[in-house]
Design a binder for this molecule. Sequence first.
Ligand code: SF4
Length: 364
Amino acid sequence: MLKRGNEPTSRSTIRRASIPVETAWLFFWNLLWVRAMDYHKLAEKSLRGEVLTRQEMGSVLGAPAGEISSLLNAALRVRQHFWGRKVHLHMLTNARSGLCPEDCHYCSQSAISQAPIAKYPLLSRETLLEGAQRAKAARAVRYCIVTSGRGPTDRDIETLAAIVRDIRQAVEINICCSLGLMTEGQARTLKGAGVERVNHNLNTSRRFHPAICSTHTYDDRVRTVENVRRAGLSTCCGGIVGMGETDDDLMDLALSLRELDVASIPVNFLHPIPGTPFEGYRELTPERCLKVLCLFRFVNPAKEIRVAGGRELNLGSQQALAMYPANSLFVDGYLTTPGQAAADTHRMIEAHGFEIDDTVPPSA
Ligand code: SF4
């Protein structure tokens, strides 16, 4: 028997001691199996409500191509535990477009964007009501009213509150508003009118935020989410992936959302619009998008995770796999970019063994 420090080193000795092919295969098979099992260990940890370590989060974002299916299956376990195979649909409307004084670099509606988008003031009551009816017909559980701008004036809030009252009387659908920075008082007025949820994204990590916007801060955004919660509204808050952030930024974002305990997390994948500062950014692959969704599912196991803007562009033919970690989708496009039509989204969901849940949840 060889003693420590007395290992053979000559080529001929190494050849004699070489591992049989079957043993090598067994070794590599075990290695693959153990790695695949690791993702299920992450799923179990997530289901126990424990926070993944940064190393574990890094192993999700760094999963090799050959392990994506194992990772997705592990994320599916967590998703199924809380949501079964149900998918919730949302439809949004750009209720006021462009002319924004802010400089969010990803946004086609910003003051620094040259994108040739439609610019218009707040849509009429009739148009918004008709949008809610289309959302209902598309089996959406929420109609998301989005306006450009730093934040609403009190007059904007009063106008929207009146429109929301009318929609709630006419259409059985929940209303989410995404109106920018908001005070607690404004959020309370919206709640009084029947708004169920307010969206305001953190977008990225605290560290990276100055690289994507200089006209408001990360803390401004956190304050709005807290105001919304204090007003008794459901909170929707997520981010945008693919803006040059690091893996650590994505982990920080996922952890911040966990800490804020938001109800719904839209994960957007940058759609680099010509005329915006980020027009040349094409750093995402479908695999990267799927890994990010798995990370958000593991870190926020019970929350609604939505594959949001940029789904069609960045996931392409792998869109359906996003439903393994995510349980919610948008239908019929985004603010200034088109998306998959509702009927095609329905077909995709059903063809992959998932099920549209169009039961409108009761407002808080
Ligand atoms: S994301 Fe909102 S606040 Fe930022 S530039 Fe676009 S419309 Fe304005």
